[in-house]
Write a protein of this length. Structure first.
Length: 388
């Protein structure tokens, strides 16, 4: 089909930030930069309203997007979805969560499916095999994007999905924004009280069990005596902050661990790192933080959970360790702490991989290719129905 500008509705039920919200913002910004019109369907008070305006998109915060049996909320959302489709006539609808998926799938069906519908699957959560899910995914959804190949393969073998209607597109990061800057490195290390002789290990993740902070802390405790130059910077907020602070104290590493909370300037903060760590034990599929650190030329140690092994190759851009283990993580840390040349070589390889495979441009263009393919197929199906 032609390369004409598209009107794309992207919907999401989240109120607060996180990887999924970052996915939407990056996509919306990239699409508008290419000249497409982007609308974002969200809830009142969602951070997506501000992000939509910043990205040059139009927010529509009319939706409740609440799960469960909520008749009033459903009536509101179905009515608003129908109004949007009738009045705005988007070329494609791109949903990202369960509530928005059901809302637009049902509405689109009632309106005789005038708009193709695409869903992105962002996590490793299990999809129940039941009749509603089979009908939603096999009959009411035109195509599904999955953010890592591991999950795509799982869904391809799931009765609720059509394998041929799934593809993998990893999310992308702004590689230019994270390019190494010596001035940023000095400033960041000064701000976080790190000396030139320190080897700084950073973790950027919500402080929740899924992210595996405890394994990093226990690994650091194992090597603290033999590697006194190790420092750990912890960026993020979450329910585990108090218990992680207590754990650091109990393990005797409180003096080398700094909890720095949430920051929205990670392109600056990661310049303090010598090593990145992503020891996730649940949920992770296509880590933004790993790719950002790689874009900054930082080697990364990751667990072999979910899609993380699709981002780095063990021994090339960093190290991969078994999920939920301590000693292999400690050994990988030792290798990188002791060898600055290896850190530099792995960092260079990581940046090269991000630029080639995981940049914002690659991510947006691959997603746009899916849109155009699905729109063309939808139009062909419509012509076939009209001719029969």
């Amino acid at each position: 089909m032609s390369d004409r500008p598209l009107h794309i509705l992207i919907a999401d039920p989240h109120l607060q930030g996180g990887g999924q919200v970052r996915y939407l913002c990056s996509l919306a910004e990239g699409l508008t930069r290419l000249g497409h019109r982007v609308s974002i369907g969200c809830r009142p008070g969602s951070v997506l309203v501000e992000h939509a305006n910043a990205a040059g998109a139009t927010p529509y915060d009319w939706f409740t997007f609440k799960g469960g049996v909520r008749p009033a909320a459903w009536r509101n959302d179905l009515a608003e979805a129908a109004r949007f489709i009738r009045e705005e006539a988007p070329d494609i609808i791109h949903v990202n969560g369960s509530q928005d998926h059901w809302t637009f799938a049902v509405t689109n069906y009632w309106l005789n499916r005038p708009v193709p519908l695409v869903r992105t699957r962002h996590n490793t959560y299990v999809v129940k095999d039941n009749l509603p899910n089979r009908y939603l995914n096999r009959h009411l959804t035109d195509f599904q994007i999955v953010v890592c190949e591991t999950v795509r393969q799982t869904l391809a073998n799931h009765p609720a999905f059509k394998a041929a209607r799934l593809c993998t597109i990893h999310n992308g990061v702004d590689a230019d924004a994270y390019a190494f800057d010596a001035d940023k490195r000095k400033q960041a290390r000064d701000e976080f009280d790190c000396t030139d002789s320190d080897v700084v290990c950073g973790i950027v993740a919500r402080l929740v069990p899924a992210k595996g902070h405890e394994f990093l802390f226990r690994a650091a405790a194992q090597i603290k005596e033999t590697h006194p130059q190790l420092r750990i910077l912890v960026f993020g907020q979450g329910v585990l902050e108090k218990s992680l602070r207590m754990m650091a104290s109990q393990l005797g590493i409180a003096s080398i661990v700094r909890f720095l909370g949430f920051r929205d300037d990670m392109d600056y903060c990661v310049h303090a790192f010598d090593i990145g760590v992503q020891p996730s034990v649940d949920c992770d599929t296509s880590s933004f933080s790993m790719k950002e650190q790689m874009a900054a030329g930082i080697p990364v140690i990751a667990s072999d959970y979910g899609g993380l092994t699709e981002i780095i190759t063990d021994g090339v851009e960093g190290f991969v360790v078994p999920t939920g283990t301590v000693t292999p993580l400690a050994e990988a840390l030792c290798k990188l702490i002791e060898d600055s040349e290896r850190r530099a070589a792995m960092g260079r390889a990581g940046r090269e991989r991000v630029v080639a495979e995981f940049s914002s441009e690659v991510f947006v263009n691959r997603t746009l290719d899916v849109y155009r393919q699905v729109i063309a197929e939808h139009q062909a199906d419509k012509r076939d129905r009209q001719n029969t």
